[in-house]
Write a protein that binds this ligand. Structure first.
Ligand code: C2E
Ligand code: MG
Ligand code: MG
Length: 732
């Protein structure tokens, strides 16, 4: 069995063995005859005429001196065997030539057969070993038969060494290529690398073509990379490339999922997630043995590299794509804003109103469906030139030209109900927009300011859009400062409560009080609760703060009871976030337990907006409160938009008519129209009533006449400190 057969591998089995040594000059074994006697040349030629060794003919080079041979060796490559005379210009001219061959030319493959006329000139054994000399013969020994066997052995070992050498060089190239291709350069760079490396490995000019096909995602095969004459095809779909032969070869490899060899080389690579690449290289002569073997090693290395590239792509996608809605994510959006085209002069952030409720009350899976529906609607509502990204939980980012990224268009997106999980769902969104000054605006800054606009809109224009104004940033900074000092004030116990009495309008008796939070800054200024409470709400401080208010108010109530005050209720304002807190009722019960308070003496004031924001949640909580025995009043009633329907559903005790409908010229002018309506409504629904902000005797009389149960206002008392309130109680 020949060496080639032994080394043949299955993968490349169809490389035709006969073609390994084709019948052309390139496929000859080259023999160099070096001898200063012309006769020896003649005789040798005669002896080796028509000889075929390992399927190849011999071709001869002739040198008549060591010098000429030296010259020839440095010029000619792939000489298989040198038949070398020892004694020429000098006694050891032949040996010197061998040294030159091995040491100076670093040629390890070419076999050397020494010949000499005189047996006495045989070289030392050491020399034979050192210069890797195959054989030493006297010229008389070189008959046709002997010469044939000697040359055959020499050629075989030349070929072995040659193969090993080529293998070593090829493997070196493959290692380098693999290292080069393992760099996470993206699929396209990878494909380009494969072409380059393949051309280098096969020793052809850069005229390759690599075509990638993404089978799993249903993308038609296209030309991913190419070099040389094929460069023009990059990006074209495979079916559109003009060269029928190349097209057929590539389609064949992709279709059969295997390498194809023959008229040209086409390699096939795939990954477990069924991405595939086919690499076509135009090699005019069929591959030889070494090349075929190297290619196999190359292929298995490339397959790994290809997988790495795909993995890297996945990681990249994970880092830059939102996996739920398949839109660019925040990172990606920042990048896109940073490198935006000059024409893109607007960024918007769109926040779905009440999304956290959807998520917590319905479940998260439903929340996901909502996000998907909104993402799809947004993507379809804007042309492809507008970037649509998901930049936060329920916040979407838009980047584009002003005409397209407009409040009107955003509003249109939410105008129609969404179909989510077979249900019709009405959604609204609040958005912040920014007009970009120019491409010099940094993305992070742009997003920050758009975020400021969004926050502003959420506080003042829920459900609408607002544009960024520089003053917002200043305000935002001020709020930040204020929040910090509020935190400090809270921990330094600079906050305190005042109490404002409730009066029964018919009897004039004091029936209770509302606890009102006060903040006096270090400088001695009072900050109105209307300003700092929304701040505490936004920052999450409100829960702790509200809890503290509750305990302090109940402690004061316990103190009043100890002083003999009976039939007295304490009303405590409870904010949005505090009420939503899952622990709210537990905290309330703990506070009542600590001060041994009868729940019927406690009332909670919820603003109308809290009550209508999420009826289902409120309904549950109110029912739970009722169980505990604590009553609820709807504060600032008349300012919101609660429907009769909602009021009917909610288990509440009392309506607090907002002071806007009690004091002020307006309400007198319209003859207390709204107060009248609220009172009628309350009586129909069987609810109790209290009027806020009674400042004059006339207002008191009017409301009493309209049937309002109770009143609160400067006419009776301003909010009072605990001590002042105790004194007030004693006086009345
Ligand atoms: P509110 O619950 O409607 O409180 C009544 C507000 O009306 C109080 O303002 C009170 O001082 C004011 N007021 C009472 N009588 C009159 C009057 O005759 N004329 C006029 N013009 N105003 C009167 P204040 O104390 O500035 O509180 C403002 C809002 O801050 C409160 O409105 C309440 O919503 C909120 N708030 C106060 N304390 C707390 C608290 O501890 N927790 C929560 N969540 N909110 C609180
Ligand atoms: Mg109140
Ligand atoms: Mg009020």
């Amino acid at each position: 069995m020949s060496m080639r057969d032994e080394n043949r591998d299955e993968l490349l089995a169809f490389v035709d063995e006969e073609e390994v040594a084709p019948d052309n000059t390139a496929g000859h074994w080259r023999i160099l005859i070096v001898d200063d006697e012309p006769d020896v040349h003649e005789v040798t030629l005669l002896a080796l005429r028509d000889v075929v060794i390992e399927g190849r003919h011999l071709s001869f080079l002739h040198a008549h001196s060591a010098l000429e041979a030296r010259e020839m060796l440095s010029r000619e490559a792939d000489i298989a065997v040198i038949l070398l005379d020892v004694v020429m210009e000098t006694d050891d001219a032949g040996l010197k030539l061998v040294r030159y061959l091995r040491e100076d030319l670093d040629n390890r493959a070419t076999r050397v057969i020494l010949r000499t006329g005189q047996p006495g000139y045989a070289p030392e054994i050491e020399t034979i070993r050192l210069f890797d000399i195959n054989d030493y013969k006297t010229k008389s020994e070189l008959t046709r038969v002997r010469l044939y066997t000697t040359i055959t052995v020499a050629i075989r070992s030349f070929w072995q060494i040659h193969q090993l050498e080529a293998n070593r060089r090829g493997l070196e190239m493959i290692i380098n290529a693999t290292m080069e291709l393992s760099k996470p350069n993206g699929l396209r760079r990878f494909a380009e690398g494969v072409v380059t490396q393949l051309c280098a490995l096969l020793g052809v000019g850069e005229d390759g073509l690599v075509c990638a096909a993404s089978v799993s995602r249903g993308v038609a095969p296209y030309v991913l990379a190419a070099a040389g004459q094929y460069s023009a095809w990059i990006g074209q779909s495979l079916s559109a490339i003009p060269d029928e032969r190349v097209k057929r070869i590539l389609e064949d490899a992709l279709g059969k999922h295997q390498h194809t060899f023959g008229e040209s080389t086409c390699l096939y690579f795939s990954t477990p997630d069924s991405h595939a690449l086919a690499a076509f290289v135009d090699v005019d002569s069929p591959l030889n043995e070494v090349d075929s073997q190297l290619l196999e090693v190359f292929c298995s290395n490339i397959a790994i590299g290809f997988e790495n590239v795909q993995l890297y792509q996945k990681v990249y996608d994970l880092a830059f794509e939102d996996l739920l809605v398949h839109l660019p994510n925040r990172n990606s959006f920042i990048g896109l804003v940073e490198c935006r085209p000059e024409s893109a002069d607007r960024v918007a952030l769109v926040d779905i109103d009440g999304f956290s409720d959807i998520n917590s009350i319905l479940d998260q899976a439903f929340g996901d469906l909502v996000l998907e529906a909104v993402a799809a609607r947004l993507r379809n509502a804007f042309p492809p030139s507008v970037v649509v990204a998901r930049v936060g939980n329920d916040v979407f980012g838009l980047l584009g030209i002003a005409r397209e990224v407009s409040p009107e268009r955003i509003a249109q997106v939410f105008a129609q109900p969404f179909a989510v999980d077979g249900q019709e769902l009405r959604l609204s969104a609040t958005s912040g927009l920014i007009a970009l000054g120019g491409i010099q605006d940094k993305a992070v800054e742009v997003l920050k300011n758009t975020g400021v606009a969004l926050k502003h809109a959420k506080s003042f224009q829920r459900g609408k859009s607002m544009f960024y104004e520089p003053v917002y940033a200043v305000e935002a900074r001020d709020r930040m400062r204020m929040l910090n000092s509020l935190r400090q004030a809270f921990s330094a116990e600079h906050l305190f409560l005042q109490y404002q009495p409730f009066i029964n309008l018919a009897s004039g008796r004091i029936v209770g009080a509302e606890a009102l939070l006060r903040w006096k800054t270090e400088e001695g200024n009072f900050v109105p609760p209307d300003r700092f409470i929304p701040l505490a709400e936004q920052s999450g401080l409100m829960v702790a703060l509200g809890n503290w208010v509750m305990r302090s108010a109940l402690q004061f109530l316990a103190q009043l009871r100890a002083e003999g005050v009976r039939d007295f209720r304490m009303a405590v304002n409870v904010s949005h976030t505090q009420f939503r807190e899952p622990d709210f009722i537990d905290d309330l019960m703990t506070a009542m337990a600590i001060y041994d308070i009868d729940p019927s003496c406690v009332e909670i004031e919820l603003t109308e907006s809290v009550a209508i924001d999420n009826v289902e949640l409120i309904e549950q909580k109110l029912a739970a409160l009722r169980q505990v025995g604590v009553a609820v009043a709807i504060d600032d009633f008349g300012t919101g938009y609660s429907s009769l329907n909602i009021l009917r559903r909610l288990d509440i005790e009392r309506l607090k008519i907002d002071r806007a409908f009690v004091s002020g010229e307006q309400c007198a002018a319209e003859d207390y129209g709204i107060a009248r309506m609220v009172l009628q409504l309350a009586s129909q629904l069987g609810l109790r009533t209290i009027a806020e902000g009674i400042e004059t005797e006339e207002q008191r009389q009017m409301l009493a006449a309209l049937g309002c149960d109770e009143g609160q206002g400067y006419l009776f008392a301003r909010p009072l400190s605990a001590d002042a309130f105790v004194a007030f109680l004693h006086d009345h």
